[in-house]
Design a protein around this ligand. Structure first.
Ligand SMILES: [Zn+2]
Length: 467
């Protein structure tokens, strides 16, 4: 079944969020029905207060209006926080004590996409929750009521909250690239109030993303940031994705501080205050993370990949900090346990301001492994989970092999480890290999390539690393 029912195309109901192509799979009619269904869920749980925000995409104001119209019909009381990054909306739900929040955003996707991220009672709303929402639309099973909406901007309060988290220390020079995304306006307010010298590039909201794709985990998107860091002699460069829930960091030499390395730096400050704290990293993370957290007296745990899954595991384990290779950094220590890239940036700057070591020195002090970045291996949507299951079955027949199958397979060998998992959001398999030596890495890559070929998947994405 692929046809839209009540304006709702089934393909838009995804694992972690709602996402589609504007005017094709994601329509005003569909948004209104999503509003009716989500409002119904909130009302039936005894709530009524819903905060709604939207990102800088051209289609976002129109989609937000349709969504709010649907919410009001269920009797909900809607606080419209307006244009800003996803974490500002997350902040609003806590600050305004809302029962739920909805963020109209296409995150880092191409300009013709848009979607919604949701939270309910402070928890991510995803997986079966989203399917249940789709069922309400299909059945047109909605609460009726006369709700209302008020404009409730929170940018000034949000920025004040971020500024309050900055700790005193030496003055820093920082370059920023919000990628013309939704964080631009609050970032400008933030930089005006933070100590130090700040250089901003691509800081005007532009839903066509004229400078580069707003995804800081793709290194080519960090070129302008690296140039700005070099030109202005900055201590660090910081980039955000399109909706400000993911961070990218470069040091003074323009080298990328990857998600797991950033997490180690953020964790040290948390563990100084909370010895023994639990810190989570996703299954793609380096052994560096697990070794360093243990060395610093913390409790490292491995989580599935996916910002909703990691936030839920954080609640379940009482973790103080969590992060992903993708740049989601979630701080629960002195904050709300949401993936707020601006807050993570302030925590990083606080650490740098107080430290005698530079960010580059912190990076150089970390034990080195030879590893690949995240390898994205094209694989048909309907095959990707099967391929991982096939690989898992073959590995199970190898006696004594150490396979961690929390999310895909993460295979440990004397050389290091390799990972293969299916993306929950794209038609790709994700791989990563890490070893102590270059020869070890070749062996791991060779094994991953062999497994892919056995399942008739082209291992071409591994070629650049197979020396
Ligand atoms: Zn995002």
């Amino acid at each position: 079944m692929s046809a839209a029912i009540a304006g709702l195309h089934p393909s838009i109901l995804r694992e972690y969020d709602i996402r589609g192509i504007v005017g094709e799979t994601l329509t005003e009619d569909g948004m209104r029905n999503i509003g009716r269904a989500f409002g119904t869920i909130v009302r039936r749980q005894g709530g009524s207060r819903i905060a709604v925000g939207y990102d800088g995409r051209l289609s976002s104001p129109m989609l937000e209006a349709a969504l709010v119209a649907g919410l009001i019909e269920t009797g909900a009381a809607v606080s419209r926080v307006g244009l800003g990054p996803s974490p500002m909306l997350y902040y609003a739900t806590h600050h305004l004590q809302s029962d739920a929040g909805m963020m109209v955003t296409g995150s880092h996707n191409p300009a013709d996409y848009n979607g919604i991220k949701m939270l309910l009672q402070g928890r991510p709303f995803f997986g079966p929750d989203i399917q249940a929402l789709g069922d309400l639309v299909r059945r047109q099973d909605f609460e009726r009521g006369s709700g209302q909406a008020e404009e409730r901007p929170v940018a000034a309060e949000y920025v004040a909250r971020l500024v309050a988290a900055m700790e005193p220390g030496r003055a820093l020079r920082v370059a920023w690239d919000p990628g013309n995304g939704a964080a631009c306006d609050v970032l400008k307010l933030l930089c005006a109030r933070l100590p130090g010298t700040h250089t901003l590039v691509n800081a005007e909201v532009d839903g066509t993303f004229p400078a580069h794709h707003p995804d800081p985990t793709v290194e080519s998107n960090l070129e302008q940031l690296k140039s700005a860091v070099r030109e202005h002699g900055c201590d660090a460069g910081i980039a955000f994705d399109g909706d400000g829930d993911r961070i990218g960091v470069v040091d003074s030499a323009g080298r990328v501080i990857w998600g797991d390395q950033l997490l180690v730096i953020l964790a040290k400050a948390v563990l100084d205050e909370l010895p023994g704290a639990t810190i989570l990293a996703d299954v793609k993370s380096s052994q560096l993370f697990f070794d360093e957290i243990e060395r610093m007296g913390g409790k490292p745990l491995m989580s599935k990949t996916g910002h909703s899954l990691i936030k839920n595991m954080m609640t379940e384990t009482g973790a103080s900090l969590a992060g992903e290779m993708s740049g989601h950094s979630v701080v629960a220590h002195r904050y709300y346990g949401v993936d707020d890239a601006l807050y993570a940036a302030v925590r990083l700057l606080s650490i740098l301001a107080r430290s005698s070591a530079t960010l580059a020195e912190m990076r150089d002090a970390m034990p080195t492994f030879v590893n690949t970045p995240e390898l994205r291996i094209d694989c048909a949507e309907q095959r990707k989970f099967e391929v991982v299951a096939e690989v898992r079955r073959r590995l199970k027949t190898i006696p004594g092999l150490n396979v961690h199958d929390l999310d895909g397979v993460r295979v440990s060998t004397p050389d290091g480890w390799w990972l293969l998992r299916a993306s929950n959001t794209q038609p790709v398999l994700v791989g990563r290999c890490e070893a102590k030596t270059a020869e070890g890495l070749s062996r791991l890559l060779g094994e991953l390539a062999r497994q892919l070929r056995m399942s008739e998947v082209d291992p071409e994405a591994l070629q650049p690393y197979l020396a």
